[in-house]
Design a protein around this ligand. Sequence first.
Ligand code: DGL
Length: 257
Amino acid sequence: MIGIFDSGMGGLTVLKAIREEMPSIDVLYFGDTKNAPYGSKSREELSRLTIQAIQILRARSARSIVSACNSVSASMTVSLMDTFSLSSEGTPEYLLEMVGPTVSYFKESTARLLLCATTATIKSQMYQNAFEMIGKHVDTLAIPELAGAIEAGAPDADIERVIRTSLEEIEMKNYDIVILACTHYPLVANVFERILGKSILVFDPAVAVAERVKKQLWPREMADGKTIFLLSQDSEPFRMYVELLFPKSKYSIEVLQ
Ligand code: DGL
C-alpha cells in the first residue's frame, strides 16, 4: 500500500493521476484538514506536520510515501529524509515528492514559464533553484489565499477574484505555460484557463509525478485498487471532491480522533 498526503484535498489531484496510471494500487491518503492550509506556515511548522503525516501513514503500513504537497517539499523535510534516511523505523522505503518530477518534466522545454504556488513554496526558492540547476529560468507568483479558499469550498466567483487579483501584477504575454505548483490549484484549473485564455497552457504537474511514481513503485505495489482516506478533521468540501473525482471507486473515509 502506498501512502499519499497533503494539507487536505489538493493531493486528490495527484491521486487521480496515479490512479489513471495504476488502477490496482492500494492507497492510504492522509489529508491534514485540521491544519490546512499549509502554504502560509513557517518551515519549522511544516517540518513538524510533515513528520507527523509520515508517521500516521507508516503506522498503518504504508511502505512507500508520496508527498502530494509542494509546500511540504518547501520545508525540505521530505528531501532531507529521502537523502539521509533520518529516522530508521519511521523512514519509508520510497519517498516521492513534487518538485523533482515537475522540474525534470521541463528539461527539454523552451517555453517561457510562470509558476504559481503558495507563499511557503515560493519563499523557499525550491523551484527557482531547481530550474536554475537545469539551466532554465522560471518566474514565480504566490497566490496566498487560493489553497485556503479551495479547501473551504469557496464558490467559483470568489476563486476567480483571488486568481485575477494575483495575476493582475503579471504581464501575461511574457509566458507560454503556467505551472500549477500547488496541488490544490488543478482543482480549479478551469478558472485559470478561463482567465488566461487559449494562448497560455495551464500545466498540472500531477502527470509528471504519477509517471515517476509508476517508474519507482510499479509493479511492486500491485494490489486490489482500494482507497482509504484519513482526515484529521471532517470536511464536507473534501468529501464532495472525492465523490466528484472518484465516482466509481470503492473507498472509505475515516476521521482521526
Ligand atoms: N496542496 C499543497 C501544496 O501543494 C498545500 C496548499 C496549502 O495547504 O496551502 O502546496
